[in-house]
Write a protein that binds this ligand. Structure first.
Ligand SMILES: [Zn+2]
Length: 886
């Protein structure tokens, strides 16, 4: 009798093809041969889903699919259609990532969107996205977005359909079916219609109408115009092979209203607009997508709705006529499930059992799991771009520049694939930066296994700046200058140089407040073009010229000074006799190296144990340090910069050892190795208040919502301090600078001078104080809503004379009466002696607190009182008020 094991794989596949899908995992355990053949079936269609709450899997509401590409199984009634449900994505990935063969078996995938998937830290979502990037894998893809993301107050922007299609890009050459169900959440407007044409194989597409159709109302709102390169017309957007198109319509209005002369306001449509758009699609069938046969307009309707007959609607006459002429069948469907890909789920579903011992394919192509990015087969690895050129420190333009300034958009990036091994890195080919938030695929030279990376343009608010995720970007122009000047620079040296000169995200805020003193070329860009031409006549292209001067002079000099420690060093502080070596980087002097010399050679007379340390930091480097002891301190080693933003850090307690970090060019940070896991606090003032600012400052999320932030990696936290005392003089007045968004700056006035913290922008509100008057209480005023997004505070103060000053926009008395606002009394013991706040990344100050002196408070805090009149009606409102009277 012939043994199964002697049969060729084709016969075995035919046999396994007859097995119920839910029995396949058992078949896969029979033998190596069966394993190989059953796996191909099991992994064909995967659906990632939440673990079922009950054991009754059939009750799950999923966008079950049938596809043209479904697994060929005999069509008897209780036959499973054959998609594998995956409940534990990590187990699945562990199995499938090790095996190229299994990965190639996957033809189709589907999953459901969850709100928490939005957080890109969620590994499940990351994995889901990575599945989409498997090259040459998918034929069909279904994606279901339930309408749960927008539950107020969590105003999280969901991934747009446009963004999603972008993620699918690696599947461009194979994907034939795409289905994005927006779950009746239509109206989520995207800025650009999706260019489906870049997916030449698309045959069946189901999308929300808004993803392809941009009404004139939205067009006006977004100031876009159609017919150009940026915004092609619909016939230019649709793929050439299209056969079926399903459009999901907003289900808040019946079909007929979309085609009325005056559609309901909430549709944001003009009369006949949708009809004209549909006519354009069918009229261009011959020239653009000759295979088009069906257009389905679908509304998700839970209960029955009256049948809609387009032939009876006068507004549809044009569409009906045009589609008949073009032989395109347009249907109107109101149903619970999308008609194009839905079917009734009658199947038993297979659980996917991770196959380990029996999986012989996995051993055939096992990669070294210790290597990062060994998952290249999932698509190019992603890196975040830096904000500034790593060679001239000019900020990259937010949008692509053309013409004479286009050199600013041409960049390269240095990428380190292995954070612990700097010898393994690559430089990308030159490429052009796109707009902010765009992602760019760039080829990498000099790396064997990773020929291409995806670079995502970084936004200012991104806090995360891990080395292994950073693409250190620089102008191609600056690179060519540097290579011309220093031809023998190695790749490692270039990496060190760029990493040392690149400014982190937390520092960028300083630069904007310093009005771009770091990038002189940018001031040129503010001049009108004809003035720039006048200057260019003399100096050539000024901006490129400035970059040339900076790189040929400063950066080249620094490239030759790359001789200090590369990362970290621990220095004993038992008997410190410090000696430093300085280096000037773009006009600021930094500590390049720091030695602990023998006592005899030292100039410093340090005696006794060290009890603390102050250091001055500017733009990510340590400029000066001062060592403190009992009854003695050293002077500043190094120079505290006299311009730009300087931050002071404090290390307190008996310090025996210190950890110094170096960038290869200069010292970047100092910390106590014992408190390595804690945040480091830096102040803009050399003698800040002695508080733990993070704990003392009012925190909306912690104190009102009661949520505790998840543990983050320790980082530097920057605080600004504005004392209200100068010597013995108390402040004579206080000015707060405000916009509708909140406080931008605080200024303390004294008889001869004033001190500003933040910036002087927006509306200035001044409060003068009598020479004997003190501020005694301060409140933050916020809207009483459980949303941190709306909780940006303004300030109210009370003086010892019983006067109150309120800074912030006018508020309506009736809103006070109905408790729309909340006043938070800031903790203070005596009179208020200063304000401090966490330096914000955006200009608006959100975390503000006060310091106080020891005087005793006499008066109790007054409850905020508000006059009982409303805003006086301006004349422009007079007409409305007449109407309301009549
Ligand atoms: Zn540059």
């Amino acid at each position: 009798m012939a043994n199964f094991e002697n049969l060729p794989d084709e016969i075995l596949l035919a046999i396994v093809g007859q097995v119920r899908h839910d029995s396949l995992p058992a078949v896969a355990r029979l033998s190596k041969q069966f394993n190989r053949c059953a796996n191909a079936m099991i992994y064909r269609f995967v659906h990632f889903s939440e673990p079922p709450k009950s054991r009754e899997h059939k009750e799950l509401q999923f966008p079950d699919w049938t596809s043209k590409h479904r697994q060929p199984l005999p069509a008897f009634d209780n036959c499973p259609r054959g998609d594998s449900r995956i409940y534990q994505i990590s187990l699945f990935l562990r199995t499938v990532l090790e095996s190229q063969a299994l990965r190639l078996s996957i033809r189709a995938a589907s999953f459901k969107w969850r709100t928490r998937d939005i957080e890109d830290k969620n590994p499940a979502w990351k994995h889901k996205v990575s599945i989409l990037k498997w090259p040459k894998a998918l034929k069909t893809f279904h994606f279901y977005i339930p309408f749960e993301y927008s539950s107020f107050p969590y105003l999280i922007a969901p991934l747009s359909a446009g963004g999603f299609v972008k993620i699918l890009r690696p599947q461009r050459k194979t994907l034939e079916e795409l289905y994005l169900n927006s779950g009746a959440a239509s109206g989520r407007a995207s800025r650009k219609a999706i260019k489906l044409r870049v997916y030449p194989k698309f045959k069946r597409v189901g999308l929300a109408l808004e993803v392809l159709f941009i009404s004139r109302y939205r067009e006006a709102l977004r100031r876009i115009h159609f017919g150009g390169n940026e915004h092609p017309t619909i016939s230019e957007l649709l793929p050439a092979g299209l056969e079926e198109l399903q459009l999901e319509l907003y289900n808040g209005c019946p079909f007929a209203s979309f085609f009325e002369d005056t559609p309901p306001e909430k549709l944001n449509l003009r009369g006949g607009e949708l009809s004209d758009w549909l006519c354009e699609i069918v009229r261009n069938k011959k020239s653009h997508y000759p295979a088009l046969r069906y257009i389905v307009l679908w509304q998700e309707v839970r209960d029955g709705r009256d049948q809609f007959d387009p032939h009876k609607e006068p507004g549809c006459a044009k569409v009906v006529a045009a589609s008949e002429a073009a032989q395109v069948q347009i249907s109107w469907v109101a149903s619970r499930k999308a008609p194009l890909f839905s079917s009734s789920p009658k199947c038993n579903l297979a659980f996917l059992v991770p196959l380990q011992t029996h999986d012989i394919t996995s051993s055939m192509s096992r990669n070294n799991p210790a290597e990062p990015h060994h998952l290249y087969s999932m698509g190019p690895p992603e890196f975040f771009s830096t904000e500034h050129c790593g060679l001239c420190r000019l900020r990259f333009p937010v949008a692509r520049l053309r013409g004479l300034d286009s050199w600013q958009s041409d960049f390269r990036a240095e990428i380190c694939f292995y954070p612990d091994n700097q010898t393994n890195m690559g430089i990308t080919h030159p490429a052009t930066l796109g707009d902010v938030l765009e992602e760019i695929d760039v080829a990498v030279s000099g790396h064997r296994r990773i020929p291409m990376v995806t670079i995502l343009r970084q936004t200012l608010n991104r806090q995360n700046s891990r080395l292994d995720q950073t693409a250190f970007c620089f102008h191609d122009w600056c690179y060519s200058i540097l290579m011309w000047k220093v031809s023998d620079l190695t790749k490692l040296e270039l990496y060190r140089l760029i990493r040392a000169l690149t400014l982190g995200a937390s520092i960028c805020g300083d630069i904007y407040q310093d009005h771009g003193q770091l990038d002189p070329p940018s001031s040129m860009l503010k001049l009108p073009i004809e003035r720039r031409f006048c200057i260019w006549e003399y100096v050539g292209l000024q901006t490129a010229y400035s970059a040339f001067v900076l790189v040929a002079g400063e950066t080249t000099r620094l490239a030759r000074s790359l001789n200090c420690f590369n990362d970290r060093k621990i220095l004993s502080m038992q008997e410190p006799h410090l000696s430093i070596k300085k280096i000037s980087v773009f006009g600021i002097e930094y500590i390049q190296e720091l030695y602990n010399m023998e006592a005899s050679k030292s100039e410093d007379k340090i005696s006794g144990s060290v009890t603390g340390l102050i250091f001055a930091e500017s733009l990510g480097g340590i400029c000066a340090i001062k060592v403190l002891g009992i009854g003695w301190n050293t002077g500043w080693h190094g120079k505290v910069p006299d311009r730009g933003h300087v931050w002071f850090g404090f290390i307190k307690g008996t310090v025996s050892r210190l950890l110094w970090n170096y960038s290869g060019l200069h010292c970047t940070s100092i910390s106590d190795p014992g408190s390595f896991s804690a945040d480091q606090t830096l102040w803009d003032h050399p003698s800040p208040p002695s508080v733990n600012p993070d704990a003392a400052i009012f925190d909306f999320e912690r104190d009102i919502i009661g949520s505790i932030r998840p543990d983050k990696a320790p980082r530097k936290r920057f605080y600004r301090y504005l004392p209200l005392l100068q010597g013995n003089e108390y402040v004579s007045g206080l000015t707060i600078y405000l916009t509708g968004n909140g406080i931008l700056g605080l200024e303390a006035h004294f008889t001869k001078t004033s001190h500003l913290s933040g910036c002087r922008k927006g509306c200035a509100i001044h409060f003068s104080l009598h020479p004997r008057e003190r501020i005694v209480y301060a409140w933050l005023r916020t809207l009483d809503l459980p949303s941190p997004a709306l909780a940006i505070p303004t300030l109210r103060i009370q003086t010892t004379f019983g006067r109150a000053g309120s800074f912030g926009s006018h508020i309506l008395p009736q809103q006070v009466m109905t408790d729309k606002y909340k006043w938070i009394l800031l903790k203070s013991k005596g009179c208020i002696s200063g304000f401090y706040y966490e330096a914000p990344i955006s200009p608006v100050i959100t975390r503000l607190a006060v310091t106080s002196d020891a005087t005793s408070q006499v008066d109790p805090p007054l409850t905020p009182q508000y006059a009982t009149w409303g805003i006086p009606s301006p004349t422009i409102a007079a007409r409305n008020s007449c109407q309301s009277q009549s």
